[in-house]
Ligand binder design. Structure first.
Ligand SMILES: [Ca+2]
Length: 476
């Protein structure tokens, strides 16, 4: 009989959407949602490489392997050197639950209909086979640590996909330190809070996730595993041990410059965001960047522990490592310090894969793909059987093996702001956005001359032909 043990506290503290509450302080920091007891599994007759599937929450390209000038991420750099880094990987929706529900089912947000953090996957899922469920069906031993689906609650997850599932929370000590809430709006509670925390990595939930993952990797196993590690950082609240904050003096945390006279097109940025960030001072911006950078380096250190464990156990070459952020994030671009946009900064995310069969090492690909392509790609790489027929992406396994191959000519994303639907299509030269079929707004940005997307050319008659072309692509 399935019995779920849920230690009492608000799961929102680890599986947040746009707002969240602080974890209650308790000596226990592990939340177990396993069938009780966990049944031993003999999958020694199953062939295939292990999968280490690492998802970071709200991580943009604050990684030195992506050329960030300030942030130091030596471990993710090490991973990139082992594999292929994709410079043009695009989430289909710039919010946690819609994005994860999409790439874990292999279907577009339009199809899942999950477009906010409040819809429960289990109310929608029908007979869809999620990515981890397919691995389990193929005999892989599956474990979920931290945030893979939007929450670890039964209604938001796919508990049948996992042999074991664990979430974690900070210790009492890890919730103390020097910090500040930069929001003056009480409605938002914690979402602009940073904390240079006392204690060690393992006083933070992500440190505990890494520890559990290392224990699992070091366990002797005969058959292959699918280990999904969902780190919560750099998602707010921006909490990391003090040593990571100390890496980034405020003087080197320079906020981006907003062009003079720039204003956001209608619906491009939420009204609440404009109101909140309109009050940001230079000090606020620098503290925000320091906190996000600290959380990025903290995350990087946890990834390093997993790589070390794979090396120490001799499992590295036999483990395909997939690393991604669940969507993009603005760090001051468009005067926005969050997600939930259709801009480049909102939709593009880091994606690195290492150790797949016949793949080169240390290459960077500019080929574009959408996150709905992840599921069929992994299914192909792992040669999984019974791949469902309802997947809407296509495999880019061939690009992993030959990173100069072109893949998608254009990528799409969708967003719902209030009741208004925005859709974007991007190719290598242009991004085009419509809000409610142009009734609420149109945007066109040159991706080469204006990569940060400040100069909306949609109403410039010189580019009417581009608007027409992109409109046709969007509504094909
Ligand atoms: Ca997220």
């Amino acid at each position: 009989m399935k019995k779920y043990i849920v230690l009492i506290f608000s799961l929102l503290s680890i599986i947040v959407g746009c707002s969240e509450t602080v974890a209650e302080i308790s000596e226990d920091s592990i939340i177990v949602e396993n069938p009780d007891p966990v049944e031993p599994v003999d999958n020694s007759n199953v062939s295939g490489k292990n999968i280490l599937f690492i998802v970071a929450d709200d991580l943009t390209k604050t990684l030195s392997s992506y050329g960030h000038p300030v942030v130091k991420t030596p471990n993710i750099d090490r991973l990139a050197a082992m594999g292929v880094q994709f410079n043009n990987a695009y989430s289909n929706y710039s919010v946690c639950n819609p994005s994860r529900s999409s790439f874990l089912t292999g279907m577009k947000p339009e199809t899942t209909t999950i477009m906010d953090n409040h819809v429960h996957l289990q109310d929608i899922i029908q007979d869809w086979v999620t990515l981890p469920a397919l691995y389990k069906k193929n005999g892989f031993y599956t474990m979920s640590l931290g945030k893979i689906f939007h929450t670890s609650k039964e209604e938001d997850n796919d508990l049948k996909a996992w042999n074991e599932i664990y979430s974690f929370r900070n210790t009492d000590l890890g919730n103390t330190g020097e910090g500040r809430n930069m929001s003056s709006d009480s409605r938002w509670q914690d979402w602009l809070r940073w904390l240079s925390a006392n204690g060690t990595d393992e006083d933070q939930m992500d440190g505990q996730i890494a520890k559990k993952a290392v224990e699992f990797i070091k366990t002797n196993r005969e058959g292959p595993f699918f280990l999904a590690v969902g780190f919560q950082k750099p998602h707010d609240p921006y909490i990391a041990p003090k040593k990571y904050f100390d890496m980034y003096p405020l003087s080197i945390c320079d906020p981006p410059t907003i062009p003079d006279n720039w204003t956001a097109p209608p619906y491009a940025i939420s009204t609440a965001s404009k109101k909140t960030f309109g009050h940001f001072t230079d000090q606020d911006r620098r503290e925000f960047l320091r906190s996000y950078y600290a959380c990025s380096s903290f995350l990087d250190a946890q990834v390093g522990k997993l790589l070390d464990a794979l090396e120490e156990t001799g499992k590295l070459d036999n483990t395909v490592i997939v690393f991604l952020g669940d969507h993009g994030y603005h760090l001051g671009e468009q005067d926005h310090w969050n997600k939930v946009t259709l801009y480049e900064k909102g939709t593009s995310a880091p994606f690195i894969i290492a150790n797949a069969d016949n793949q080169p090492k240390g290459l960077k690909s500019n080929s574009m793909f959408e996150f709905i392509d992840i599921y069929p790609t992994m299914a192909e790489l792992s040669r999984l059987n019974d791949v469902p027929g309802n997947l809407e992406g296509k495999s880019f396994a061939s690009v992993i093996q030959n990173p100069t191959l072109p893949f998608r000519e254009e990528v799409r994303a969708i967003l719902r702001r209030g009741s208004v639907i925005g859709k974007s299509v991007k190719n290598h030269e242009w991004r085009y956005v419509e809000w409610e079929n142009i009734a609420k707004g149109v945007e066109l940005y040159n991706q080469i001359e204006d990569p940060l997307e400040y100069n909306n050319l949609a109403f410039d008659s010189n580019f009417a032909y581009v608007v027409a072309q992109m409109k046709s692509s969007l509504n094909y």
